[in-house]
Design a binder for this molecule. Structure first.
Ligand SMILES: Cc1cc2nc3c(=O)[nH]c(=O)nc-3n(C[C@H](O)[C@H](O)[C@H](O)COP(=O)(O)OP(=O)(O)OC[C@H]3O[C@@H](n4cnc5c(N)ncnc54)[C@H](O)[C@@H]3O)c2cc1C
Length: 401
């Protein structure tokens, strides 16, 4: 089921799909140089971003001079549906287009926009997002990385952690404390940090499969030009909220599609096992579990459309937190069910490798390895617990903890 679209929206879909079919990078091209991290642009990835920009398909809701075509909200939904269905990333640098570009458009000075916006939109520079610290994740307001304004530069000292793609990024959107005496949310500023500056050290942290996407970033007496301050001095909190909102706003369609893909793979697995073992088709408990998960995937999709519809009518919708929570945990439940269905074989890829779920999750070697990797989906952009707090307070009206 989809939302009821107008003829103009369906025409938009047809045009977009035809364009994708004619211009998308070939699977062999992607396989020859896969994105090794979320800060890395393979040569096909740079070309892809530029092709999207020139075709007016990079940010369809924006005007043509910014790589768009003034698409309506509903057309943008169609855009993401088809992009996910084609399993293509818009950009291999995860935060450049959905987080950094809107931040520059919304808060940067004219000079900063002239310097950074087009190189970002043209994939000439790649970005990472420096928010989390060892003792400031969910409680981002507690961040301690210190930036002291000294004439025409900030002197920056501190440490960031879980910085996705930092090893391959050129620049970092860095949130630092500029007024230690102000209430914690009021003393934060946002700086654009050149990662090649002296005093910056990026150390990768291997994930379960040995991919060094997440990094620690150590900052020792780093001199950042004062002109790299974005927004107001000590006014960075508003920017942290804007970037997280962008991140959550684009996650749900992707996660809904990944959930559906995971369920499809589980159905295939159960069918295959049913033909060869006592499990699968023969076992009513397995049928119940698979059918329940398929229903949940469908319900998640409808929940997303419902929230979108409400937002379109100007009503506030809790869809972003609901969708982030629901779809990330659904993918977890599906991969766990696949692992349990396989029994000990769920520990090895063998004849039943885990499905590729996109979203940078890639394909784990086995269903149970994939299950462990999916925990990563429930953390960034606000953990599941934080989403539950938001839903409890803002949707159900429960008292704050
Ligand atoms: C794959 C991945 C990519 C990431 N990319 C980036 C990135 O690019 N840039 C960046 O800055 N950060 C990034 N992060 C970090 C991420 O934003 C933090 O991990 C997240 O905010 C949680 O913070 P934390 O790890 O410090 O955990 P904590 O905040 O210490 O939380 C620990 C546990 O306590 C729970 N908890 C905390 N507070 C509450 C509360 N108030 N109520 C109930 N439960 C609570 C949490 O849910 C969690 O289970 C990434 C993380 C992951 C996993």
């Amino acid at each position: 089921m989809r939302l009821q679209h107008t003829d103009a929206d369906e025409q938009f879909r047809t045009e977009w799909v035809a364009w994708l079919d004619a211009n998308a990078p070939a699977p062999e091209e992607i396989a020859a140089d896969p994105p090794r991290s979320s800060g890395y642009y393979p040569s096909w990835g740079r070309q892809w971003v530029n092709r999207l920009f020139d075709g007016g398909w990079l940010v369809p809701g924006w005007p043509p001079e910014l790589g768009g075509r003034n698409a309506t909200a509903r057309q943008q939904l169609v855009y993401f549906e088809e992009l996910c269905a084609h399993r293509l990333p818009r950009s291999t640098n995860w935060c450049a287009i959905p987080v950094v570009a809107p931040l520059l458009v919304g808060y940067a000075t004219d000079e900063q926009r002239d310097r950074f916006l087009m190189p970002t939109m043209r994939a000439e520079i790649s970005w990472c997002l420096g928010m989390s610290e060892p003792s400031a994740g969910s409680d981002l307001g507690g961040l301690r990385t210190r930036a002291v304004l000294d004439g025409d530069r900030f002197l920056v000292n501190g440490q960031k952690i879980w910085t996705s793609g930092a090893l391959d990024s050129d620049w970092c959107v860095l949130f630092c404390r500029t007024d230690p005496d102000a209430p914690k949310h009021k003393g934060i500023s946002c700086l654009l940090l050149d990662l090649t500056l002296p005093g910056v050290e990026v150390r990768p942290i291997d994930d379960l499969h040995g991919h060094p996407d997440l990094c620690e970033v150590f900052l020792t007496d780093v001199e950042v030009p004062a002109e790299n301050l974005v927004g107001q001095l000590n006014g960075g909190w508003a920017l942290t909220q804007a970037s997280l909102a962008e991140e959550r706003a684009t996650l749900w369609i992707d996660q809904v599609q990944s959930g559906k893909r995971a369920v499809d793979a589980l159905v295939e697995l159960a069918r295959g096992l049913g033909a060869t073992s006592e499990l699968g088709r023969c076992d009513e408990r397995v049928r119940d579990i698979v059918a329940g998960l398929a229903i949940d995937a469908r319900a998640g999709e409808l929940l997303g459309y419902r929230g979108f519809h409400a937002q379109e009518r100007g009503r506030s919708a809790p869809q972003q937190s609901l969708m982030k929570l629901y779809s990330s945990e659904l993918i977890q439940r599906v991969t766990l069910a696949g692992g349990e269905l396989l029994g000990p074989a769920g520990l090895h890829a063998g004849d039943h490798p885990a499905p590729d779920l996109g979203q940078g999750i890639g394909s784990g070697p086995s269903w149970l390895a994939q299950y462990l990797v999916t925990f990563a989906l429930t953390i960034p952009g606000g953990t599941s617990d934080i989403q539950r707090n938001i839903i409890a307070e803002r949707v159900l009206g429960l008292p704050r903890r």
